[in-house]
Ligand binder design. Structure first.
Ligand code: HEC
Length: 142
């Protein structure tokens, strides 16, 4: 099983392969995880770009910032996540993540004992401008 997925990863383009190795274990190969245990990325990660606070939030997540990728690779993975796996959830014209942006985010990774509370505040802001983002509420729901 592990050997099979490593072989699959080796055949993918570098960004997809980096996603699969660094993120896919939790978020699923196609961004479908196991909400409510891990938030789904498929069809909704782009909603975080609805607000500047949302954009900053996902760039500063510990699991994102501690990935074994350089800032350029990490920016590419984030763009794959929000624009490709996010499947049209990003608002039109949202600019892609850059290496400089991810390097800056890494210098201020979120350090909070209650990430769920931080996330809830971010989503409340997003829902004001992007009501279609309701699916984000599935993660952590009882
Ligand atoms: C160990 C499991 C794990 C790994 C590995 C992981 N994540 Fe996550 N991710 C989570 C969890 C859990 C959350 C919810 C917030 C939190 O608790 O960190 C999350 C939240 C997110 C979110 C916000 C989604 C939402 O609706 O809350 C994005 C975007 C994201 N991760 C992207 C990535 C990327 C990109 C990588 C790889 C570089 C990655 N994650 C690696 C578990 C993981």
């Amino acid at each position: 099983m592990i050997a099979a997925s490593l072989t699959a990863a080796a055949k993918l383009p570098p960004t997809q392969s980096a996603y699969l190795e660094g993120c896919g274990g939790c978020h699923g190969i196609d961004g479908r995880s196991y909400a409510p245990k891990v938030p789904d990325i498929a069809g909704q990660a782009g909603f975080y770009l609805c607000t500047q606070a949302g954009r900053r939030y996902i760039a500063r997540l510990p699991n994102v910032d501690f990935a074994h990728l350089d800032a350029q690779q990490l920016a590419s993975v984030m763009n794959y996540v929000v624009f490709t796996l996010g499947g049209g959830s990003a608002p039109a014209g949202a600019p892609p993540f850059t290496a400089a942006e991810m390097a800056a985010a890494r210098a201020e990774t979120i350090d909070s004992p209650d990430l769920m509370r931080v996330r809830a505040g971010i989503i409340a802001g997003i829902l004001k401008t992007c009501p279609a983002a309701r699916g984000l509420l599935a993660y952590g729901a009882p």
